[in-house]
Design a protein around this ligand. Sequence first.
Ligand SMILES: [Zn+2]
Ligand SMILES: [Zn+2]
Length: 86
Amino acid sequence: MSHSLAFVRATRALEQRIALITCDRSRQGKTQACDRHRHKARALLNIASQGAIDALTAAICGHPGRCQPCGAKAIEIVRAYNEGAE
Ligand SMILES: [Zn+2]
Ligand SMILES: [Zn+2]
């Protein structure tokens, strides 16, 4: 199965948005996430596509359990995904 160019472009934009959310740089007015979060964004996008907030929170946190800031980021990512997928 090959994806259309528009799909690939939308996915890249979404990955970048997710990377920025997890990186916290958007709050500092930066437009580029660091490498670590850019690499992580693809995996987070896959989890977001399943709408699994708990799994997403754990993936952002890097350890099981919940913490408030990562839970808020997880919700923000799923929202970004839903907007992007429309
Ligand atoms: Zn980062
Ligand atoms: Zn956390």
